[in-house]
Design a protein around this ligand. Structure first.
Ligand SMILES: Nc1ncnc2c1ncn2[C@@H]1O[C@H](COP(=O)(O)OP(=O)(O)OP(=O)(O)O)[C@@H](O)[C@H]1O
Length: 274
């Protein structure tokens, strides 16, 4: 991609114990874009978001955000950078004992000492942006799933982030709410002049708003391009993933520790249950 990159990953490697999750990932995310990150379950997409957010550190390789190498930042600088990031993570539940208003106000109260009238204006602006100004006083138990996700979205962008991470923002929502969240992600990205990285299994909805996509498999980016390029990809892995085919280069069966029949024989001999 030729455009100026806001996020750059170079040969990023990350392992969990002996299990390599990322085996040399290169990625350039242009400023202002909505970028989709896709791939099989357990492939390392959430791990990549955490690495970009600086909550995990790679074993090797470089991650730069707005030209700053995350490895070189001290704690204060990292904290400052993180304040410019918004996150809507898969299980980013709302605080059940706080109203919708207070949920959205939470990051502002935590990071700034703002006069109450200023804080109120900022929160109400974001509630307005997600169409839920009227729900400010409701508690999470009084909101539908889709409304709750919109409140979480308002909370994720309340500090006007330059970079927003979405991890499975459509999961568990009805089709109408999915459409609303997708158009909000697009609208907020434009209104804030932000850059968004979106992890989702929902290919159609994601491609309807993404400018560019990456497919992660086997710890590497195996395909990248515009949604149209990716659909036309000749990679069997990309086709399996985008077509939602149960079997292909990624096998349906999880590989066993050893030959299953031999393991069964051993376990019977040892009197254990597999
Ligand atoms: N806290 C953790 N401790 C140990 N292993 C972990 C931890 N978090 C993730 N993993 C492992 O790291 C690998 C990558 O997980 P990750 O959550 O990044 O995948 P993913 O692509 O986001 O999956 P999904 O699409 O199912 O959410 C998996 O094998 C997972 O089991």
């Amino acid at each position: 991609m030729a455009a100026e990159a806001l996020v750059e990953l170079e040969n990023v490697r990350f392992a969990r114990g002996l299990h390599p999750v990322l085996a040399g990932v290169d990625m350039h995310i242009p400023r202002g874009a909505i970028v989709a990150l896709m791939g099989a379950s357990g492939g390392g997409k959430t791990t990549m978001l955490n690495l970009m957010a600086g909550t995990l550190r790679p074993q090797s390789g470089q991650i730069r955000i707005a030209g700053q190498d995350l490895q070189m930042l001290n704690e204060d600088a990292m904290y400052g950078l993180r304040r410019q990031m918004g996150m809507l993570f898969q299980h980013s539940a709302l605080f059940t004992d706080l109203s919708a208003f207070e949920n959205v106000a939470f990051p502002l109260r935590r990071h700034f000492r703002l006069p109450e009238n200023v804080l109120r204006k900022l929160v109400m602006m974001k509630l307005e942006a997600v169409g839920l100004r009227g729900a400010a006083g409701l508690f999470p138990a009084e909101l539908s799933g889709g409304m709750g996700r919109r409140i979480a979205l308002a909370r994720a962008v309340v500090m006007d982030p330059m970079l927003i991470f979405y991890d499975e923002p459509f999961t568990g929502l009805d089709p109408i709410s999915v459409g609303i969240i997708a158009s909000l992600i697009k609208r907020l990205n434009t209104a804030l002049g932000a850059t968004s990285v979106l992890v989702s299994h929902d290919v159609e909805e994601t491609f309807s708003i993404a400018d560019y996509g990456f497919i992660l498999a086997g710890g590497k980016i195996i395909a990248e391009g515009s949604p149209a390029d990716l659909r036309a990809s000749d990679s069997a892995l990309a086709r399996q993933f985008l077509g939602g085919q149960p079997d292909g280069p990624v096998p349906f069966h999880y590989p066993a520790r050893q030959d299953y029949a031999a393991a069964l024989r051993d376990s019977h001999a040892a009197g254990e249950v597999l």
